[in-house]
Design a binder for this molecule. Structure first.
Ligand code: DGL
Length: 274
């Protein structure tokens, strides 16, 4: 039995889509979720890769100090900017996004045209086309950076006119390219999955990673023999660098989970400790 918690982080509430699947798959494990929601730091998408890498390094240091047995990088921007460096640096196993969605998209596409909706940082990294082409070099990948989506979703308003218009605008080039499969390359986007499915229509397969990540986490824990007692009920803890009340409100709504306390972590202290 290994009682240590599993760590997970994102720039905000997007990673909760991954946490949700992990809670379903591993209800007996404890989780520490870190949302880097301070206005000085969120969103990651428009920031240079080096800045995102620094933030990811600071958070991974914090989560490692909390004696986590595994850390999930539940953020595509942080995965694309920092995952290999984090894996080289930290002893704790780190699992990221991107590869699972690329694999699922390659399996799902019938016309070999895959679309990617993601933040600017993830699009600029080129990680999705690279991951798809490792598996099938003949697939045409069209990427669209969607800078307006994350701040609107993070604000908790998932049904506003502005968000709907922005989503339609970003979807247009992918429809034009004839993509039959679209990767939602940002963990915030599954929170508006219904809206996006309506915009693309029934014939387009939307790919998200949360279920695959949860499976990977479960397998890693089982193979390493670091699972907790399967008979117990797991606990969860939420940390954020921004306003804890705002985080609790939006996160509780998205997760449909009563969040008691959200602890604030001082971003300056994070920087000093890393
Ligand atoms: N959920 C993050 C991702 O998956 C959002 C990045 C951002 O803060 O812009 O990329």
């Amino acid at each position: 039995m290994d009682p240590r918690p599993i760590g997970m982080f994102d720039s905000g509430v997007g990673g909760l889509t991954v946490l949700h699947e992990c809670l379903v798959t591993l209800p007996h494990e404890d989780f520490v979720y870190f949302g880097d929601s301070s206005p000085d730091r969120f969103p990651y998408g428009p920031k240079p890769a080096a800045t995102i890498r620094r933030f990811a390094h600071e958070i991974a240091t914090h989560l490692a100090a909390l004696d986590t047995k595994l850390v999930v990088v539940a953020c595509n921007a942080a995965t694309s900017a920092a995952l290999p460096e984090l894996q080289r640096e930290f002893g704790v196993p780190l699992i990221g996004v991107i590869t699972p969605e690329a694999r699922a998209a390659v399996q799902a596409t019938r016309n070999r045209r895959v679309g990617v909706m993601a933040t600017q940082a993830t699009v600029a990294s080129g990680r999705y086309p690279a991951a798809v082409h490792v598996l099938d070099a003949g697939i045409e990948v069209t990427q669209v950076a969607c800078p307006d989506l994350v701040p609107l979703i993070q604000s908790g308003d998932t049904h506003g006119h502005e968000l709907h218009e922005a989503a339609k605008t970003y979807a247009a080039p992918l429809k034009l390219a004839g993509a039959d499969t679209v990767i939602l390359g940002c963990t915030h986007y599954p929170l508006i999955r219904q809206m996006l499915q309506r915009i693309f229509g029934r014939d387009v397969t939307l790919i998200t990673s949360a279920e695959e990540i949860a499976r990977e986490v479960a397998e890693t824990i089982a193979r390493r023999g670091v699972g907790n007692d399967p008979a117990r009920e797991g606990d969860y803890r939420f940390l954020c660098t921004g306003d804890p009340a705002a985080f609790r409100d939006v996160a509780g709504r998205f997760l449909q989970l009563p969040l008691t306390a959200v602890e604030r972590v001082d971003a300056d202290a994070l920087r000093v400790a890393a």
